[in-house]
Design a protein around this ligand. Structure first.
Ligand SMILES: Nc1ncnc2c1ncn2[C@@H]1O[C@H](COP(=O)(O)OP(=O)(O)OP(=O)(O)O)[C@@H](O)[C@H]1O
Length: 285
């Protein structure tokens, strides 16, 4: 039986910040704790009083109608924006004042709504770029190609190939990233994000533009990432079959505020959630 046919939901247990985490994570320090997080853009409050805890190995979903504030939350977590208020703890560390590079070193990696690969570089080189936090080249050994440089280069090659192998992409290592089919480019983005060895991987609409078979592969790959690397994954997604199929805890935003948290079945039956989605459909219609 394919793992995606599993119907049983993960048992979730309550933790502070009115959140739930998978039972298997309850005795482990959470990977993410947001308290009263918010940001204003001039007079517009894009996110307000965002409280969320994500378990160590949880697959968490962040959903909501268009313009609800989902990407803004990712931008706050990754310090593209500094919060107007509230705190973000990553692995127990307060990220106040950190920049995007520091927060990546603290354990958060992400992909974007639109593909952001280096099209003209090879698949392998794209992954090596993601390894930059892991493998440091001392300046002089790089400029003069000293033995130390070749040692690091060999290590980077081996690490990149190992990651590509996990996702069945090692045969594509020398292909130009821009020449890959759409689904493979999106997979490569995820591999590149994983190269920075995150504890929390943020995926912004990973299934956008995918056909059903690419989406099914993506779901398998997300489960594989969680099970291989034992990390947490938080995803924004409009494809409800993906969200309801693999997310364990789901948080729903509307107009920048959390309106519900729960398991897939709780969220699907929550009247506030149904109203938020129907309301946004009426507005669009
Ligand atoms: N840099 C910014 N300056 C001003 N307003 C912004 C900025 N970034 C986001 N916003 C506003 O914040 C609100 C939330 O936007 P956001 O992109 O986070 O929504 P979303 O839930 O990700 O939407 P979608 O599902 O359509 O991607 C919107 O009203 C948006 O216009």
């Amino acid at each position: 039986m394919s793992r995606l046919e599993r119907k049983s939901e993960t048992k979730m247990v309550p933790v502070p910040s009115h959140s739930i985490v998978p039972e298997r994570d309850v005795n482990k320090a959470p990977i993410l704790e947001c308290s009263h997080l918010g940001i204003d853009f001039g007079g517009l409050t894009a996110v307000n009083d965002f409280n969320l805890t994500v378990g160590r190995t949880e697959i968490a979903g962040l959903i909501g109608p268009n313009g609800a504030g989902k990407t803004t939350v990712f931008n706050l977590l990754t310090k593209v924006y500094q919060p107007t208020r509230g705190t973000i703890l990553v692995d127990g560390k307060d990220t106040h004042g950190m920049n995007t590079v520091q927060v990546n070193r603290a354990g958060i990696a992400r992909t974007f709504q639109n593909i952001r690969l280096f099209d003209k570089l090879s698949v392998e080189d794209n992954v090596k770029i993601g390894l930059h936090n892991q493998i440091k080249y001392p300046m002089w050994s790089g400029i003069f190609r000293l033995p130390g440089y070749w040692k690091k280069e060999k290590l980077a090659h081996e690490s990149a190939m190992e990651l590509l192998h996990i996702f069945g992409m090692e045969d594509l290592a020398n292909h130009r990233a821009g020449s890959l089919p759409y689904g493979a480019q999106r997979r490569l983005e995820i591999v590149r994000a994983l190269a920075s060895n995150p504890s929390l991987l943020l995926l912004d609409e990973p299934a956008a533009g995918m056909n059903p078979s690419e989406t099914a592969d993506l779901m398998e790959n997300i489960l594989k990432i969680r099970d291989t690397f034992h990390i947490a994954i938080m995803l924004i997604e409009h494809d409800m079959s993906l969200v309801m199929g693999i997310c364990e805890g789901i948080c729903v935003l509307n107009f920048g505020e959390i309106i519900a948290k729960g398991t897939p079945s709780e969220i699907q039956n929550n009247p506030k959630v149904i109203e938020a989605y129907l309301g946004s459909q009426k507005k669009e219609g």
